[in-house]
Design a protein around this ligand. Structure first.
Ligand code: PA5
Length: 429
């Protein structure tokens, strides 16, 4: 399908003026210069910027070949990772795969629930299984303990030798426990580049291998990211979608809108919002500053959060994430008795009704004092998933620099770990 991402800003009227945009643009231009020149804080982690170009055909083919092998020998592939090591793949696979089909890809190690992992082990017991364990540091507790439990099952199923072809590790090129374990056991490995942080790593083997295992065309994904990279590298706010989004967010934040709600009208986009929450939350929330990224799934949440958004504290703005094409998946049937009074909708597509719900919501929330923008993408495809990924990555880097923060570190994440390790007695035995 032709086209590209667009931003609809009509419901910013009265909240963001041309003058505001003019006033903020020097900050965004400076942010662009910091990124382009590699001179800003965290500039050791700018590898994501040229990943779409840097990825060679040989690397992509290597990932595809490994995915084919894993997929061919397995009923289920378990992807083990947390945060940036799982959310990108989860977002893209949920966005693009059909609902209610037996899942080829399942996730583990993204939390520490014993029940979840016990149920997963039960599910895996009588199936052919392969594993892709992903951890840049190679030391993160959640995926590490899940991997230990799943490897234990795999050894029982396949024996020490049999697991060699069934486990692929994605990690640092030389450091960390996962790297040592992979070398010791002779597992195939993929490298997370040094200059790409976890939450910016979906276009490395971190995201690409699980996405390819799910049967999604990763060449199209990378092509979409490449296209978006060209569109948002102008260095000017005008016509640069990522800079425009970053500018609007920063203006609204400075006017007291401290919370951004990413709202979709499509359950398949739920995990794109989750990926976005991590990307924006970890990149911007530091030094007692930063927009709080929240997410809603509509129309479901209009029946729970709708009241608050329409009528509660006015410190929010909203970003709708909307697919432009209206699918022809299902129409409302006609009914001779019309006892439910729905014949006025007979023959109308669900997607048509959903689109009206979106338009009504955007207008109602605006009238209730919630400025909002819509990010419109042509359709759910690997290409446009790639566009969305690069668009949001570039925007958050610009936005955080404009806010005066380092987008590429996450010092706050360590605090809970220190306390947890103390409670667990790590290093005492
Ligand atoms: O964005 C980040 O860097 C983090 O969310 C990490 O991805 C997450 O903590 C997982 O880290 P690792 O891949 O080292 O296990």
């Amino acid at each position: 399908m032709e086209g590209t991402l667009k931003i609809d800003t009509r419901f910013l009227e009265g909240f963001v003026s041309q003058k505001d945009l003019g006033d903020i643009s020097p900050l965004l231009n400076d942010a662009e210069k910091l990124l382009a020149g590699g001179k800003g804080p965290g500039s050791d982690f700018l590898g994501w910027m040229d990943l779409p170009e840097r990825l060679s055909d040989r690397e992509i083919t290597g990932v595809e070949n490994s995915a084919k092998r894993l997929s061919g020998q397995s009923d289920v592939i378990v992807v083990i990772g947390i945060g940036g090591s799982y959310l990108g793949a989860k977002a893209v696979t949920e966005m693009l795969l059909p609902d209610f089909k037996d899942k080829k890809i399942v996730f583990a190690g993204h939390q520490i629930s014993g029940e979840y992992h016990r149920d997963l082990l039960d599910y895996l017991k009588d199936r052919e299984v392969s594993v892709n364990v992903i951890s840049k540091s190679g030391t993160t507790t959640e995926p590490a303990i899940a991997f230990r439990a799943i490897m234990d099952l795999m050894k029982k199923k396949y024996g020490e030798n049999g697991i060699k072809d069934r486990i692929v590790c994605t990690t640092d090129r030389s450091k960390g426990a996962l790297r040592s374990l992979a070398s010791e056991k002779g597992f195939e490995t993929f490298i997370v580049p040094d200059d790409v942080g976890g939450r910016f790593s979906v276009l490395t083997p971190v995201g690409l291998l699980p996405i390819a295992c799910a049967g999604i065309n990763i060449k199209d994904l990378v092509a979409g990211a490449r296209e978006m990279r060209q569109l948002v590298s102008s260095g000017r706010v005008d016509g640069n979608l990522s800079a425009e989004y970053a500018a609007v967010r920063n203006i609204l934040y400075r006017k007291g809108k401290k919370i951004e709600i990413m709202s979709n009208f499509d359950p398949k986009m739920h995990f794109v919002s989750e990926w976005w929450k991590q990307l924006y939350g970890e990149s911007e929330g530091k030094n007692k500053k930063g927009i709080f990224p929240a997410a809603c799934d509509f129309t479901t949440d209009l029946h729970s959060m709708g009241q608050w958004i329409q009528d509660g504290e006015r410190d929010i703005f909203e970003t709708f994430l909307i697919e432009e094409v209206e699918d022809k998946a299902l129409a409302v049937p006609s009914d001779a008795d019309d006892l439910d009074g729905l014949n006025y909708l007979a023959g109308k597509q669900f997607s048509f009704i959903n689109k009206k719900a979106y338009l009504a919501t955007a207008e109602a929330h605006f009238e209730g004092g919630v400025p909002n923008i819509s990010i419109l993408f042509p359709e759910k495809s690997a290409f446009f998933a790639g566009e969305l990924i690069y668009f949001f990555e570039k925007a958050v880097a610009l936005s955080a620099y404009a806010l005066g923060s380092n987008p590429f570190d996450q010092p706050g994440v360590e605090s809970y770990k220190k306390k947890m390790f103390k409670l667990l007695g790590k290093g005492l035995s």
